[in-house]
Design a protein around this ligand. Sequence first.
Ligand SMILES: [Zn+2]
Length: 235
Amino acid sequence: MRRIFEGLAVGKDIRTLCDEINALGFRTRTRRRWKADYSQVIGNSGNIPLTPWKARKMVERTAYAGYVCEKWTHGLPVPANHEGLVTLDMWNHANEGYWKIIKDPASPTGWRKIDTRKLRTKRTYRRAREDFPFKLLINCPICGKPLKANYSRSRNGNRYGYYQCARKHKQVSERQEALHALLRDYLGELRFTPEVAQRFEQHLREVWVEKAGGLNRHLVAANAELAQLLICVEI
Ligand SMILES: [Zn+2]
């Protein structure tokens, strides 16, 4: 456990740390599974390699920093009778972006554990992206909301782009290149009548005029301001 905290403190990522620890032969504790009336052992669990998710859950235990934080303490950290395995600073560092234990005079125990995930700014999925041109144009077939775009890193370190449902429909996930190829083929086959082409051109023109008009307005305002300033300087 110390190893994990120390690794996180020097900026290693939790997946790498798990790999290192598992390579040393680490297996989770074995637990017996009992029949509901405890009359008989019906199986074993545990004795498996450490997973990043499990490691993350362990790092989140406040006991490692020497605090009890349970339902009966109303979720407030209480300094424990025992020393922590790691310092509070180290614990806070390891849980950066998840949890933080802070001194809080307003808390009955003098301490508070805050969920820093809630402090993160909410991400918006509305922005158009050059690398995912279709993210706002294609909808999830289940909920009908536009897809979001993101990259995920595979275990060998390569980055893959995905289109996914922003509402967590897991089955809706398409590789970036695959979807782009599919759409390229599809769009390449489309043929337009001259009327469509004409209307498209007109639309482009309108959008352009609107944008340029906005710029011109800024320019006029800026020029007026500049003239004003020049007059001030002359005086
Ligand atoms: Zn969906």
